[in-house]
Design a protein around this ligand. Structure first.
Ligand SMILES: [Zn+2]
Ligand SMILES: [Zn+2]
Length: 338
């Protein structure tokens, strides 16, 4: 079939002839990357060529070096690599519904802990998808985030609820797997404490490997790092409700149960808005990333066991009044720009 019969715009057909293409077969011998390498052929021209070929039931050659499609971005990225996760049957379904069929699912089942929901199961399978570097980090962090939520809710029941029986803790922002383009709204708090259905206080959770107040294990953290976008999220939550808002940090450590891992919550600490603001030390770009992080002194934290006493104190009501009258404190100062 001659190039003319494809019905390409005249200028594009002339450009292709200039590159030595005479027939549709010549085009179909090439792949998309090779066409894009030619002068004057951009993504728009490529899309036109692909559409014209498709109308005749033809397509470009498969690129043997094509990048793999990141399952979370749903587009090819050159840093995509095959990533394995040990998931329980329920999470396999949840991931599969969102990301599509996995590239591989182990025939064998294992006894251990699910990398996502952290539950013990005898039906764990190794499941693999392609993820870009960023998405692999995101996906691998979900299990730790869920463990932090589970641990906070459990510790609330154990430590806080006996002193505050009329207060109900509810999880607002559930951690789940999302596609990369699904915007997450970081001005939604992770938990709310309610009294008769009214918001009494809001809690935003963070998790890390270190502990702040010697109530955990391993090396003691020397400072607390929080992305400035997360600081802005906490500020907006406080502004939205005009109710005391707290940063909660949960130490999460790995306990291996080969071939799986269990994320275990240990130390739980909290900081109020003004302590956070007072403890700010520095803001600087995060290494190898475009994000800025704010650094705080760990002295701003108090143990979770002090929360109930704090909520029952005058300081709590005064904080609510101050928030209503003055709004939240700035929490951090931006990084200096050269
Ligand atoms: Zn699971
Ligand atoms: Zn990705």
């Amino acid at each position: 079939m001659d190039l003319e019969q494809l019905g390409l715009p005249r200028a594009l057909a002339a450009r292709l002839r200039g590159h030595g293409f005479a027939t549709a077969d010549d085009l179909c011998a090439c792949n998309a990357r090779e066409l894009l390498d030619l002068p004057g052929i951009g993504p728009g021209a490529l899309a036109t060529i692909e559409a014209a070929l498709e109308a005749w039931g033809r397509r470009l050659a498969v690129d043997p070096w094509a990048p793999y499609v990141c399952a979370r971005h749903q587009r090819p990225t050159y840093d995509s690599s095959l990533t394995g996760l040990f998931l329980c049957a329920r999470c396999q379904t949840e991931y599969g519904d969102l990301l599509g069929e996995p590239e591989f699912t182990s025939g064998e089942t294992y006894r251990g802990f699910c990398a996502h929901c952290n539950r013990a199961s005898t039906l764990i399978r190794l499941v693999q998808w392609y993820f870009c570097g960023n998405c692999e980090r995101k996906v691998r962090s979900l299990g730790r985030g869920i463990a932090a939520h589970q641990h906070f809710a459990r510790m609330w029941e154990e430590v806080v609820a006996p002193q505050l029986p009329d207060i109900e803790l509810i999880e607002v922002d559930e951690t789940r797997i999302r596609l990369a383009h699904e915007m997450t709204d970081n001005s939604t708090e992770d938990f709310e404490a309610l009294v008769d259905g009214e918001v009494l206080a809001a809690f935003e959770l963070k998790s890390g490997r270190g502990h702040m107040l010697r109530a955990g294990v391993g090396p003691l953290a020397t400072s607390f790092q929080l992305d400035t976008t997360d600081c802005d999220g906490i500020y907006r939550i406080a502004q939205k409700y005009g109710r005391p808002t707290y940063l909660v940090n949960v130490q999460v450590v790995n306990r291996y149960s080969p071939p799986t891992v269990r994320h275990c919550g240990l130390e739980v600490v909290f900081a109020d808005l003004w302590s956070l603001d007072d403890a700010w030390r520095d803001t600087r770009p995060r290494p190898r990333e475009r994000k800025d992080a704010a650094y705080f002194a760990t002295t701003m934290f108090r143990p979770l066991s002090a929360l109930a006493t704090h909520v029952l104190s005058d300081a709590f009501e005064q904080a609510a009044i101050r928030l209503r009258e003055e709004g939240p404190p700035p929490l951090y100062r931006p990084a200096p720009r050269e």
